[in-house]
Design a protein around this ligand. Structure first.
Ligand SMILES: [Zn+2]
Length: 459
């Protein structure tokens, strides 16, 4: 297989390719992690490097505010389980240099492509450079929400930038239940996925953030047939008739069997749910929709998915001293991601106890965002009586307590300790109450240490 490239590379490209490839073993020999550095070398020596690089027949890009890592990794795993050789940016960043670093191993030193498919996760703002250079066959947009204020912008601004950056003719797979991203690049060919009405749906927004308060076309009043959370659901403008698009991949969830049946124009397949969280249901239907777009049958997709160990789900559980301990990523600085996790925990049966340790790298030379995102996040879910105890840890532990108090969590249910390990000792760890360790993208290692510490204490 030789692969396709957009442009023919000159001397600069060959030098960049060899230098970047050589930097990988060089970094390893000197004990450095080869994350984005090789990509930076390639970009420096040859701007537009990805457009000269050979790519396989199948290239899928995934962007959006939430779920893009899970979707991209699941696609890689499923394609691999179906016998394809794949490459993607699992380990490196979703910016140009990270994607370049990740894809270096997919070509030989003679720029011959060695894989059957590439799946890349792309930061919404990095689409501007990556999409034209990579020329993917399919772009999946999971959703668009308000995100970290320090590193991102309002969802409508992000949508307007994506509109400008999506190359003409690029096939899109969009979320019909998201009124913001479903309207992207209206001239481009597209298919829509969505989830049919659930018994937990509402019509009024109970969340602090609602990014679609009026009709995006005429600023008229929107009426929701059903609403899942924030602006996600099916709606219609009472003034101009603007409405959510119809589903091409329509998912019907059966919680009693833990399955989802996905129907499209040429068939249907029943799939085991990744988890009972709604965001994982969206992840699953977008993955199946993308594989159907590639021409895979429901049977083949189901068979491949059944072989995949779901590592994309950022949740794991164990039992310590007879207590169920669940560690769950609650993406800090992203109020919607965190709200989804709080909502999920509050809706789980039984009593729960929480250790909050998000946004914790204030002291270690890392930046720490201001805490305004706490006030966009639905801490109110934690005021539920089933949440019996919340321990706040990390440099922002006092800010976290203030937010919990404002959300209506009684003070006697809140404990404070800046040091995460000592904070874990404050957990009651009572059998029958589930313990959730909520960590952020910067505090994965801290969470692992805390879990080990809890296990040591119970020995
Ligand atoms: Zn309207």
């Amino acid at each position: 297989m030789s692969g396709k490239s957009k442009k023919r590379g000159g001397l600069r490209f060959w030098l960049a390719l060899w230098a970047a490839k050589l930097s990988v073993p060089a970094l390893k020999l000197t004990g450095h992690a080869a994350t984005n550095f090789p990509g930076k070398v390639a970009m420096k020596l040859c701007p537009g490097f990805l457009s000269y690089m050979a790519h396989p027949e199948t290239v899928i890009a995934v962007t959006g505010t939430n779920g893009k890592t899970t979707v991209a990794n699941l696609l890689l795993d499923t394609l691999e389980a179906s016998g394809k050789r794949v490459c993607g940016n699992r380990e490196s960043s979703n910016m140009y240099s990270g994607v370049t670093s990740a894809l270096l191993s997919s070509v030989s030193v003679f720029n011959k492509c060695r894989v059957d498919a590439e799946v890349i996760e792309v930061d919404e703002h990095a689409t501007r450079l990556i999409l034209p250079d990579m020329d993917p066959d399919l772009l999946i947009v999971t959703n668009l929400f308000r995100d970290s204020l320090m590193r991102n912008a309002h969802a409508e601004f992000v949508a307007s930038r994506l509109d400008k950056n999506i190359p003409k003719g690029l096939r899109l797979l969009l979320n019909a239940d998201d009124l913001i991203s479903s309207g992207l690049a209206p001239e481009n060919p597209r298919a829509y996925f969505g989830i049919e009405k659930l018994d937990t749906d509402v019509t009024e927004c109970v969340n602090r953030i609602n990014d679609v308060r009026v009709c995006p076309k005429c600023a008229g009043r929107m009426e929701f047939e059903y609403r899942r959370y924030h602006h996600i659901g099916r709606a219609k403008c009472v003034d101009c008739g603007f409405a959510s698009p119809d589903y091409d991949y329509s998912a019907k969830v059966d919680k009693s069997t833990g399955t989802m049946t996905i129907r499209d124009a040429s068939g249907a397949g029943t799939y085991r749910l990744l988890s009972d969280a709604i965001y994982d249901m969206y992840n699953l239907v977008s993955v199946v929709g993308a594989l159907r777009q590639l021409g895979m049958s429901h049977e083949d997709i189901g068979a491949a998915l059944s072989k995949v160990k779901i590592a994309g789900i950022r949740r794991d559980e164990t039992t310590i001293g007879g207590v169920r301990v669940i560690n769950q990523l609650a993406k800090d600085k992203n109020s919607i991601g965190c709200s989804r996790v709080f909502d999920y925990i509050h809706s789980q049966p039984g009593k729960k106890e929480l250790l909050l340790m998000m946004n914790s790298l204030l002291d270690e030379g890392h930046w720490s965002e201001n805490v305004c995102w706490y006030y966009d996040c639905d801490y109110e879910f934690l005021a539920d009586p089933s949440v019996t105890h919340v321990v706040c840890a990390g440099p922002r532990y006092k800010d976290m307590k203030l937010r919990l108090l404002l959300a209506g969590v009684p003070e006697e249910r809140i404990s404070l300790e800046r040091d995460e390990l000592r904070a874990s000792e404050l957990l009651y760890m009572e059998p029958g109450t589930d313990v959730y360790l909520l960590y952020g993208t910067d505090t994965t290692d801290t969470m692992l240490q805390v879990r080990e510490h809890l296990a040591d204490l119970k020995k």
